[in-house]
Design a protein around this ligand. Sequence first.
Ligand SMILES: C[S@@+](CC[C@H](N)C(=O)[O-])C[C@H]1O[C@@H](n2cnc3c(N)ncnc32)[C@H](O)[C@@H]1O
Length: 294
Amino acid sequence: MKIASNKLIDLYKYYQTELVSYYETSEIEAIFDLVCEHFLNLSKSEVKQAYHSHINQSDVLNIYLLVKELKTNKPIQYILGEAWFYDLKFKVNAHTLIPRPETEELVDIIIRDLKKQSHLLNANFKILDIGTGSGCIPICLKKHLVHTTVCAIDISNEALEVAKFNAEKNNTLIEWSNLNILNEASWLDSSYSVIVSNPPYVKKGEAAKMDERVLQHEPHLALFVNEDDDIIFYKKIIQFCDKHLYSGGYLYFELNPLTSNQVKNYADEFKIFNFTEIIVDMSGKKRFLKAIRK
Ligand SMILES: C[S@@+](CC[C@H](N)C(=O)[O-])C[C@H]1O[C@@H](n2cnc3c(N)ncnc32)[C@H](O)[C@@H]1O
């Protein structure tokens, strides 16, 4: 199919026609919005208003050329090298997970909870994010809880490089460390007021049911639990809380709904929390755990 003119609406029609057998209509619309933001600096709400504007030839070419790559199943965020999360833009690449809307919900829950205790939020109030990937969680927390000290760890040096870049781009100061949370000998010798984690939580057996786009392009180190125990990351982090979460401190997890009850049971049986609660996400799935240290 040829593009009828260099009006934005004709580029949009081109995307819908060319990608119809690869994506749902609503997905194509979302992809087109991201493309327009990237190349034309248009916000989502401005795209439709600009439908009848003429686009310059080099932008038309750039937008047109993306279609070939989109047909290979590569997520648009990896093609553009960026993703939006909690109203901030993050660099992403093959070493980092594309931040998910569920994780935005988690960040929102934490920010709302902590803002209720604003009198405690100073440099001694330390927050740790375990398995930080692109750094989306600590960077958003630091942006909204400016007086706190925010730290983050990941086993992947490549992911940490991306996270550091994102912190700089978003004008935030975070303390980064490269360590393996499953290896107790490498644990940091600090204590925290809040520990948060969205660890790898996809069970090996779930791979067959997963979207090809995720399987082919997102880092398996970020997705899969390569141990026999599906909730090993949650268990280790709860054990870490025993030694490194202050009394009265908060633990927040993003959960796999398939193992959410198991994680809560483990947290309860470990007897270091005086409160544990599973929180459902916007689609009604058991997605988050909140716990308060005794
Ligand atoms: C599900 S991703 C979450 C990334 C990011 N926090 C987010 O929410 O988009 C899990 C992260 O844990 C990291 N990771 C995997 N195994 C780890 C380990 N043993 N110790 C520390 N981090 C680990 C991965 O590199 C990945 O960045």
